[in-house]
Unconditional design. Structure first.
Length: 96
């Protein structure tokens, strides 16, 4: 479907998501899990994001100064979603 995953054509947060995905590949390799494992992994990351949001909102003095961890968890979640999509594309391609 989209064979050229290594050539992002977007900027800003999209490029950050691509960079995080590349870090994940370097750290974990290309992952292949069943759908339940993918969902569990993504839900865990959503939980981490929720914790970061709670921590950020508990800082009433300067709430925006604590958004770095929120952004980092959101990047990990987005990159994890991309990993799932890549896996699904590989499965679909192998069936043809």
């Amino acid at each position: 479907m989209y064979p050229d995953y290594d050539a992002p054509r977007l900027t800003g947060p999209y490029l950050d998501v691509h960079a995080e995905r590349q870090r994940q590949i370097a750290r974990l390799g290309v992952e292949s899990h069943d759908p339940a494992e993918w969902v569990l992994s993504l839900v865990e990351t959503v939980g981490n994001l929720a914790e970061a949001v709670l921590a950020a909102t508990r800082a009433p003095d300067q709430p925006t100064s604590h958004l770095g961890p929120v952004r980092e968890e959101a990047l990990q979640l987005a990159a994890g979603g991309i990993a799932l999509l890549e896996h699904l594309d590989r499965l679909e391609a192998s069936d043809t």
